[in-house]
Design a protein around this ligand. Structure first.
Ligand SMILES: Nc1ncnc2c1ncn2[C@@H]1O[C@H](COP(=O)(O)OP(=O)(O)O)[C@@H](O)[C@H]1O
Ligand SMILES: [Mg+2]
Length: 210
């Protein structure tokens, strides 16, 4: 009798990149897109949306994307990436969404080892500013808050891009997992807000891929 041990295909979580099977067309499409966007600054990054039922392999695919950019492609392109898993509570308002995403950017980013030191300082610096924005908007009275600038995603990402580009980053990749929460739990129009923000970034020439 043989006892099976160490099955890598844990049925309740995403598969680890080294066991990721098939989907070569999708991976090729992704690689082509990030290479084009990273190497040719005139090519705007495409936005890719991955649709599919629960358990179809969406999270596994994002982990594989992350693995490709930081391992297979690490000598070809310098990418700063973030994988941000959405939760229903994060989708309740623009402010909560923005500060959660910025928080994820400052804490869950991935970068190749060779760039780690240079980028770490930039992120710490920006994270302080984002925290300050958040505190300011919370401490204001509701009337003043309406007039003040809330943490603005486009502004924050535009500043971040400017700094990362100076440090040699070719492309920023932001992956938002379980985006369906924006439809079921989000403030009205949340997905359209996000689309407007992304389009503003593309128009402004920021090399940010979502
Ligand atoms: N490319 C793949 N190769 C091998 N197993 C996979 C692959 N994609 C998904 N799986 C299996 O499917 C399960 C669910 O994948 P997951 O990425 O969590 O799906 P989703 O995020 O769409 O709900 C994983 O636990 C894994 O066992
Ligand atoms: Mg998933």
């Amino acid at each position: 009798m043989t006892k099976m041990t160490g099955n890598p295909f844990y049925a309740r979580g995403p598969v680890e990149p080294q066991y990721f099977a098939n989907r070569s067309e999708l991976l090729q499409f992704f690689v082509q897109n990030i290479e084009d966007a990273a190497q040719n600054k005139n090519t705007k990054p495409d936005n890719i949306t991955i649709l599919g039922n629960w358990g179809i392999g969406k999270t596994s695919t994002l982990l594989k994307f992350q693995d490709i950019i930081h391992n297979e492609k690490k000598d070809v392109i310098n990418v700063f990436s973030v994988l941000f898993p959405l939760k229903p509570s994060v989708c309740e308002s623009t402010d909560v969404f923005t500060s959660s995403l910025l928080n994820a950017i400052s804490k869950q980013y991935s970068i190749s080892v060779s760039l780690k030191d240079r980028i770490g300082d930039v992120i710490k610096e920006e994270a302080k500013i984002w925290e300050q924005w958040k505190l300011e908007s919370i401490s204001l009275s509701p009337e003043l808050r309406r007039e003040s600038r809330n943490p603005d995603l486009v502004d924050a990402l535009t500043r971040l891009w400017g700094k990362l580009e100076k440090k040699g980053i070719d492309l920023v990749v932001i992956m938002i997992d379980d985006i369906h929460y924006m439809l079921t739990e989000g403030w009205s129009g949340s997905l359209y807000d996000l689309r407007t923000d992304i389009q503003a970034l593309a128009t402004g020439g920021q090399n940010i891929f979502l």
